[in-house]
Design a protein around this ligand. Sequence first.
Ligand code: NDP
Length: 290
Amino acid sequence: MTTQPPLVGLAAALASQPPTRTVFAQFSLVEKVAFVTGGGRGIGLEVAAAFAEAGAIVYCLGPSKQPHNDFVTVQEFVARMPPLAENVKNGKMEYISGDVTDQKQMWKIAEDIVAREGRLDICFANAGILAGADCLEYSAEDFTKIINVNVNGVLYTAQAAGRQMEKLGIPGSIILNASMAGSICIRNQKWVAYTTSKSAIIQMARSMACELGSKGIRVNSVSPGYIYTKMTKAFLDSHPDLMEEWCLQNPLGRLGRTDESRGVCLWLASDASTFCTGSDIIVDGGHRAW
Ligand code: NDP
């Protein structure tokens, strides 16, 4: 028997229910289980912590055997959070070592999460790498390396989660981390492999959304603009004038912070976005408005 969701908004008011605040509860991830790749640092770690803060048990995957120090610090920070509410279990973060380019391993990891937690509701396929080379000289090996992590790895992650959601009949949410570089080119950068990979992610989300909609599984992509992380810092450190140039490329006049991915990913992961699928959500400081 399926339980009906509680009435909210107009429906609650018009059914003469006692007035209660439901809008924040729609963003709650209490009793949900999430899987985040590239969750050991940067945007992935930030979003994983937000999911845990909202009540989810979050499994964060990274390629190293042991998590980065940042992960351990954030994991402990989340563990010390005050209780969400009486008799409500707080969220938490766990680290898993794995490589997104290994399809069998990714499928097994999602199976193991379900064996442990009994469910999997949310997937943030976020792991990605960045490198550049002249488009006429890009070696097959370097091009394949980017595509393998940024495209194949995202597919294997989404498959791993989607297979479990389908098996358990969970109307889950799969979020693929693309980039504004999936729809536009980054001025003066030789990023043909990266832009190609991110463009594929946007179309992958649409395509999977169309196939999985009838099962109630939603798939969307997020397209951040320039966010200050280790990935972008590597470029900025080696090109000192680039920071100002990049800041001037959007109306807000600055790079984004990782915490500015929290809201959009929580919205997509939660019941606040139940009618959103097959969309690419742009969070770029207005970069493309110019
Ligand atoms: P980071 O380099 O900080 O994080 C990337 C994460 O992916 C790291 O934790 C890395 O692990 C992990 N990773 C890399 N390869 C693998 C692999 N084969 N298997 C498992 N994990 C892997 O980058 P960001 O946080 O900046 O980027 C995260 C995502 O956001 C990427 O997909 C990126 O393309 C996208 N993005 C970033 C933007 C930005 O401006 N920063 C803008 C738009 C999109 P490890 O730390 O051990 O290397």
